[in-house]
Design a protein around this ligand. Structure first.
Ligand SMILES: Nc1nc2c(ncn2[C@@H]2O[C@H](COP(=O)(O)OP(=O)(O)OP(=O)(O)O)[C@@H](O)[C@H]2O)c(=O)[nH]1
Ligand SMILES: [Mg+2]
Length: 197
């Protein structure tokens, strides 16, 4: 499962929240991508969301989208190592480095992808489009709690997202308080069931 989206939108927070819920349900592992550091893997290990060896960091050294779309070798290596550890039946969450609206995963690396936007970026972002907004398997609009502070209209943002995505799903979350995360989990589990059938 690829998880992409702009810098700071809440990708790592979503990965952590999903790990807490998934770790007793399925064999589980995580790959993080950062450009220069292993910051997100360190954060997840520090939070104790999984055994440390089930979290692998890829240091892309380049634009995050290159490592998830154009030259996926380092991520594929990490996924294959983790798959050997947890088995082909497990779930591996691959967090992209924070990027811009052009970022998207190669389906040679992942089976499904979630694109995480956040309300604090402004309610126009869904209208700005890009492949993550329009074609990701699930669009998550996060940080709904911040809408009053930044003057964002969440309802408008969701209806703009639905307008460009047709029947593809959109979920609103406040990952910080856990609101909406169970719906993301339910979507993930149903996609997993579909891909296994
Ligand atoms: N208020 C609020 N803050 C949130 C929410 N979700 C995440 N955050 C905060 O937003 C900041 C960025 O969250 P991250 O999960 O690190 O975002 P990210 O997308 O992984 O960031 P990069 O990997 O650097 O692109 C952190 O301070 C989080 O605590 C939310 O729902 N509400
Ligand atoms: Mg992150």
């Amino acid at each position: 499962m690829g998880i992409g989206g702009p810098v700071g939108s809440g990708k790592t927070a979503l990965v952590a929240a999903l790990c807490h819920r998934l770790r007793n349900m399925v064999p589980l592992a995580v790959v993080t991508n950062d450009i220069y550091t292993t910051e997100d893997a360190d954060t997840l290990r520090h939070l104790g969301v999984l055994n440390a060896d089930h979290i692998k960091a890829v240091r892309t050294g380049c634009c995050p989208h290159t490592a998830i779309r154009d030259d996926i070798a380092a991520n594929l290596d990490a996924v294959e190592d983790l798959e050997q550890m947890i088995g082909a039946d497990g779930v591996i969450l691959v967090e992209s480095g924070g990027d811009n609206l052009t970022a998207t995963f190669s389906y040679g690396l992942i089976d499904r992808q979630i694109f995480v936007l956040d309300v604090a970026g402004g309610d126009k972002v869904a209208r700005k489009g890009g492949p993550g907004v329009t074609r990701s398997d699930l669009l998550v609009v996060n940080k709904v709690d911040l809408a009053p502070l930044v003057g964002a209209d969440v309802g408008r943002m969701l209806s703009d997202a639905h307008a460009v995505r047709g029947s593809l799903p959109v979920l609103a979350t406040t990952v910080r308080s856990g609101e909406g995360v169970d719906e993301v989990l339910a979507w993930l589990m149903s996609e997993r069931a579909l891909s296994r059938s």
